[in-house]
Write a protein of this length. Sequence first.
Length: 468
Amino acid sequence: MEKVNISSSIGIQTMKLWDKGYSVHKEIEAFTIGKDLEFDVFLAPFDILGSIAHAIMLKQKGLLTSSELSSIITVLHELYHIVVQEEFTIDQSCEDIHSWVELVLTKKIGEAGKRIHTGRSRNDQSLLDIKLFLRHQLFHLASSVKEAVMSLLQLGEQYKDIIIPGYTHLQIAMPSSFGLWFGAYAESLTDDLLTVQSAYRFVNRNPLGSAAGYGSSFPLDRTLTTDLLGFEGLNISSVYAQMTRGKSELIVSRALSGIAQSISKMAMDITLYTSQNFGFMSLPQEFTTGSSIMPHKKNPDVFELIRAKCNRISTIHVEISGITTNLPSGYHRDYQITKEILFPAFTELSTCMSLLTIALQNSSYHQGITQDKKYELMYTVDSVNELVQQGISFREAYMLIGQKVQQGEYQKPKHMNTTHIGSINNPGLQEIRSYCIAEYSKFNFEKAESAEKQLLDKRFIQTQYLVD
C-alpha cells in the first residue's frame, strides 16, 4: 500500500513553528531533528486529540469563532483517520508532528489554521502528546499483563498436581509443583500491575496550558481541557508541568522494568526446565531451533531471546535516568532522546509476553519427575515436621533427620500434608485471579476512552460547543 503523505499532496513548503526567516545549517538541523519524524508518528493521533481539545477551549474563551472551530475540527478529524493508518509517515519538509498538523491546517483552511497555536507552546504540546501516548500504551500493557496472568493461572490449574523440585541456591530444596510455579509468576505479574497503576496515574494529569513552562497571558481554561481529554487531574504548577517531561518517561520505564524482570526470570526457569538435566517440561519441535553441527539439538531460542530482550528493557530506566538526572527546571532538548529509548519497549515487551504464553500453552509437562532418587532428600523438611507433630522439639527433630541423611538411612515420608494457602495442596490460584481482576479494575480506563471518543464525535462537539 502507498505511504500516506498529505504534506506533499497539498504542496506544503518547508517551515518550522519557530521560523523567524533565517536558515539553519543543514547538519545542525539534521542533528537536532534526530529521529523525531520516525517517533512522532506514534504521537500523531494524540497530537490531533490534544489540538481538538485546545481548539474547543480557545473557542469557549472567545479566542476562536464557532466558524473557525468548525473548520478546524473538520480537518483535524480528517487527519486523525489518516494518521492512525499503519502506512502514515510525516513529510520530510516538516520538523515534527506539531508543525505537520499546523501546516496542513493552514494550507486547507487558511488563517484559522494559524490560530491553533494560540496560548500553546511546543513544550506543553509535546508533553501532552507524550502523556496521552503513554496513557494509551499503559492501557494496552495492563491488558496484556492481565491476559498473561489468566493464561498462567489456567495452566497452573491444569497442571497443579504435577510435583517438581523447588530450589534454593540452584540446589534441590523442597517439593514444589507446577501449580505453585505458574501461580508464582501470575502473582508476580499482578504485583507488577501496581507499578503500572502508579505510572498510569502519574501520566494521567494534564500539562496543557503550561505553555513553555510559565503559563500564558491568555485566559486559558485548563480545567476544560483536562475534562475534554479525560485526565484524572491537571499538573497545577506550569513550572512543574514541564518538569514532568523526562520524569514521566522515567516512571513509566520503571513500570516496564518490573514486568520485564518477571518475564525474564520465568524465561530463565523454562530454559532450565526444558534442558535434559532437568526435564520437567518440553517444547514442541516447531518452537525450537537446531544446530548447524549437532543433529540432535532442539534449542529453546525463543526463551533465550525473551530473556535477553526483557533484560534490556529492565535497564532502560537507567539510561533515561542518566539523560534526565541533574537537569535544571524548564525544558531541555535532552528530553528528545527519551522517545527513541522508551517507545519501542512497549511493543517488544508485549511481544515477549505473547510469545511466552503461546509457547507455554503448547508445551508438555512431565509426570513422575520426583520419582528419581536424586530428589528424595527434598522431603527432609516434611520428615522433620512429622516428628515435631509427634511431640519432638523442632531442633531435636532437625538433628535426627540430619543424622539419618548423613548415615544414608533417610527415607522420605509416605504422605505430604500441606493445607495453608500458597502451598502445594492449596496454591491459591483462585485468590490470585481475584487479586488480578481487582487491581486491573482500579485503572478506570473507561474515562479516558470515553473522552477520546467524544473528541472524535463531530455531533457531540456541534451540540456542546458550536451552538452560540
